[in-house]
Design a protein around this ligand. Structure first.
Ligand SMILES: NC(=O)c1ccc[n+]([C@@H]2O[C@H](COP(=O)([O-])OP(=O)(O)OC[C@H]3O[C@@H](n4cnc5c(N)ncnc54)[C@H](O)[C@@H]3O)[C@@H](O)[C@H]2O)c1
Length: 297
């Protein structure tokens, strides 16, 4: 299979590139390297990955990449991922996350790419009424980031109806693991592990009772690889179904804590029901949080 990974120099994307190559696929990357790094792709470069330094919102440039690569599957991970930045600058967030997805789908339509997978987020649910949250729960984002990902999902489904492209959005919980940038959407694990290594105090925004569902990047990457092979369309949660408070996470790292006021757009409780992914992809998270955190020390 020829696979194209947008955002392939980033945290999750670079692990996905490694996994796709390990599975024997030809892999190309689109990344304009605003946040990603070629050092994340050292192993992949050694194995011949092609890197296109292209902005996903640039339609002619994306079309040229698709014509060169002729992918059988596209994994669209390139995005504006910072919730706080999305609140400060919602038009840029929409441009990258909605415009970028539309550009990927347009290029896929032009060259006849049969399968597109989108990296979506638990943030589309906002503060949900049901925990762990199933896929049929209402879409009610609390930030422009959540709204732009919900719109991107809608474009995916539209291109399935309109052009017959097989599309699937993976709504990921908070992903953690090696290569994570501490300034990302789920940077709290990276921030806390950095604080633990350097003996610093952890800053907690709010009272620390806010919860998240932490899923290890190796599990997430297995879900993407399975999704690329599968004919399933629509949306699927990629999560553990386990809820952990930020306070509890800091305690697992043995950190001293200081508390600051809570931040706008922050979800109070988040935990996703992963049952549908188990049924349709045969996927479930395997890494236990304590083991995943231990590997970051
Ligand atoms: N990290 C998480 O916990 C999490 C949770 C849910 C969803 N997601 C989604 O997963 C995807 C990957 O997230 P990540 O944590 O690996 O982030 P990341 O910032 O490490 O990776 C994103 C990559 O996209 C690239 N990029 C950004 N804008 C681009 C553009 N306009 N053109 C080309 N490249 C561009 C960046 O340079 C970076 O390499 C994103 O779509 C994000 O919204 C992440």
């Amino acid at each position: 299979m020829r696979a194209l990974v947008t955002g392939g120099a980033g945290f999750i994307g670079s692990h996905l590139v490694d996994a796709l190559q390990a599975a024997g696929h030809d892999v190309a990357v689109v990344d304009h390297l605003s946040r990603g790094h070629t050092r994340n792709l050292e192993r992949a470069i050694g194995r011949g990955v092609a890197i296109h330094k292209t902005d996903v919102t640039d339609v002619p440039a994306m079309l040229a990449v698709f014509q060169a690569v002729r992918p059988d599957a596209v994994y669209h991970l390139a995005a504006q991922i910072d919730v706080r930045r999305s609140i400060a600058d919602p038009s840029t967030d929409a441009h990258v996350n909605i415009g970028g997805t539309a550009a990927v789908l347009e290029a896929a339509r032009e060259v006849g790419t049969p399968r597109v997978i989108l990296a979506s987020t638990a943030g589309v649910y906002g503060d949900p009424g049901t925990l762990p949250t199933p896929e049929h729960s209402p879409i009610a984002p609390l930030s422009p980031y959540g709204a732009s990902k919900a719109a991107a999902e809608s474009y995916m489904q539209l291109f399935t109806r309109l052009h017959g492209i097989s599309t699937l959005a993976l709504r990921m919980a908070n992903v953690y693991g090696p290569r994570q940038d501490p300034h990302g959407e789920a940077g709290v694990v990276a921030i806390f592990s950095g604080a633990a290594r350097e003996g610093r105090t952890a800053t907690i925004y709010g009272d620390g009772t806010q919860t998240r569902d932490y899923v290890h990047v190796s599990d997430v990457v297995r879900a993407f690889v399975a999704a690329g092979r599968s004919p399933v369309t629509g949306v699927l949660n990629v999560a553990t179904g386990q809820e952990t408070s930020v306070f509890g996470l800091a305690k697992q790292f043995g950190l001293d804590m200081q508390f600051m006021p809570g931040r706008a757009g922050e979800i109070q409780r988040s935990c996703l029901n992963p049952t549908a992914a188990a049924h349709s992809l045969g996927w479930r998270a395997e890494v236990v949080l304590a083991d995943g955190l231990e590997s970051l020390r």
